[in-house]
Design a protein around this ligand. Sequence first.
Ligand SMILES: NC(=O)c1ccc[n+]([C@@H]2O[C@H](COP(=O)([O-])OP(=O)(O)OC[C@H]3O[C@@H](n4cnc5c(N)ncnc54)[C@H](O)[C@@H]3O)[C@@H](O)[C@H]2O)c1
Length: 267
Amino acid sequence: MEMRLDGKRAVVTGGAQGIGAAIARRLAAEGATVAILDLAGDKAEAVLGAPHIGVACDVSCSESVDAAFAEVARRLGGVDVLVNNAGIGSAPDDGMSEYYAGQAAQAAGDKSAHADQTIHCTDQGWSRVLAVTLDGTFRCSRAAVRIMAAQGGGGSIVNIGSTAALAGNGPVPYVTAKAAVLGLTRAMARELAPRGIRVNAVNPGATETPIYAPLPQEVKDAVAADSLLKRLASPDEVAGAVAFLAGTDASFATGSTVNVNGGAWFS
Ligand SMILES: NC(=O)c1ccc[n+]([C@@H]2O[C@H](COP(=O)([O-])OP(=O)(O)OC[C@H]3O[C@@H](n4cnc5c(N)ncnc54)[C@H](O)[C@@H]3O)[C@@H](O)[C@H]2O)c1
């Protein structure tokens, strides 16, 4: 394993499980000291042992984010890399139960089924997804950039987008939030280049994590069939792209997006 992150202090949000945990392990394997921020602080702590740390944090809440970054700066001595991975999809009680039922019916071959979202999605369901997936990405970036700017040595931010942001398939609040994350990536890349802070994004395609667990098997099969490679990604395949963008091999990459989607979408 190359040590592209030797001596770097990296924060990974939503790293207690799934893609975030794979990213945290990969950054640690490449030499970084990693702080995992997650709602589940104990679970985050357990992903990696010392000298890595887990910190309880709700990325949708500024006070929680600022307190977590202050703790990371105190315990690790600073922040060089941020991976904004925490993100959530819509739940049935967001007013999306008709959507999931319609999607399953379509996947089962019912051509007359509607996967209605806009008719039913509640205000709370809309805001809940954006608060974590979009606002959380901004709030953590702001906290990290304050620390990186004060350090004066540059930095690297990698935002986790989604193929859904490009293809438009998925819950409407989620697609919207992820598309906005790509805009945020580009705007922050322009703003922060003079400070030596690079900002890039990785768009995973369907990836085998707990996010897929509640979906009916026929939906999962249909999703796998959409990719040219006819399967879901493993979290480690996404983590490899994140480590590339975070580290020195990507020293001339900023504002860019790497798609890791098995060819499900090209742009
Ligand atoms: N799994 C996929 O197919 C897929 C595809 C494209 C993009 N993504 C994106 O990749 C990222 C990780 O996805 P995953 O499948 O590993 O998700 P996951 O649900 O398995 O894990 C998400 C983690 O984020 C944490 N989290 C949730 N809300 C949080 C909050 N408010 N503050 C802090 N932590 C919070 C959870 O506790 C959990 O540990 C997400 O941004 C997701 O949208 C996933």
